[in-house]
Design a protein around this ligand. Structure first.
Ligand code: DGL
Length: 266
């Protein structure tokens, strides 16, 4: 692997852009490749075997493009695939992500933490292990959010339908006394302003994009792979309708960019 090679970042859709942005801010010299598996979204309701197969295909796509590292910018794909991918590619720097249970358990004052995430993440053994490890002294209430990812993919970050859906997910958590909410899906930071407007100011909202970027920095540093030269512009692929992603990119990524179709073999 060479230092100037790109870093591959992957999500089921556009949610991982929230992580891509953190990586770009922290590591502006890195060239970034982004794959949105929009043709198969949502992952939240898919089987782990299916998500593993998709993650393997995308990993191979990045390998063919010489990516020096692989970031699974998706909580749901991480629980389904990260362990197998680490075995497949033992020498390839690989970063996954998980709901921020540890910082939330440290932050809560009421002792009650709410987790908004996909069904797949919340039902996984990896998430259960995370609770075992870091949440012994707090009560954790989990809330799957079916349908929310689809609204965000459509660019509906503040529509009445998104508001109503989110309100229905958040109200029970507030009713249980949560003072800390974990955004356990990379799509959800896009609706943070909406969520903020639905909960009291005293509620902490915690997500992991910045922590993932720091982990990418640590791994690249320890492998002596940090880029120093100017970065190539980020490149984007979608397995769904590239034009649809291209339309929402200025809103979600902050600038327009070409989105290519992912080759059908991937
Ligand atoms: N963005 C993904 C995550 O972090 C999941 C979205 C989906 O259901 O596809 O979990």
């Amino acid at each position: 692997m060479v230092k100037g090679a790109p870093v591959g970042v992957f999500d089921s859709g556009i949610g991982g852009l929230t992580v891509l942005e953190e990586i770009q801010q922290l590591l502006p010299h890195e060239s970034l490749l982004y794959v949105a598996d929009c043709g198969h979204i949502p992952y939240g309701e898919k089987t782990p075997a299916f998500i593993l197969e998709r993650s393997r295909s995308v990993a191979e796509f990045f390998r063919e493009r010489g990516a020096k590292a692989f970031v699974i910018a998706c909580n749901t794909a991480t629980v389904a695939a990260v362990a197998d991918l680490r075995q497949d590619y033992p020498d390839w720097p690989l970063v996954g992500m998980e709901p921020a249970v540890k910082p939330a358990a440290a932050a809560t004052r009421s002792g009650v933490v709410g987790v908004l995430a996909t069904t797949g993440t919340l039902q996984s053994a990896k998430f259960a292990a995370l609770l075992d490890r870091f949440a012994n002294d707090v009560r954790v209430i989990t809330q799957p959010c079916p349908g929310l990812v689809e609204r965000i993919e459509a660019g509906e970050l503040d529509s009445p339908a998104t508001r109503e859906l989110l309100q229905g997910f958040v109200a029970p958590l507030l009713g249980e006394g949560c003072d800390t909410l974990i955004l356990g899906c990379t799509h959800y930071p896009f609706i943070k302003p909406l969520l903020r407007s639905l909960v009291p100011d005293s509620i902490s909202l915690i997500d992991t994009g910045a922590a993932v970027a720091r982990q990418v920095q640590r791994l690249l540093t320890s492998h002596d792979l940090l880029a120093s030269g100017p970065a190539q512009p980020a490149r984007f692929w979608s397995s769904g309708d590239p034009a649809a992603m291209q339309r929402v990119l200025p809103l979600l990524w902050g600038e327009a960019a070409l989105v290519s179709g992912l080759p059908s073999a991937v």
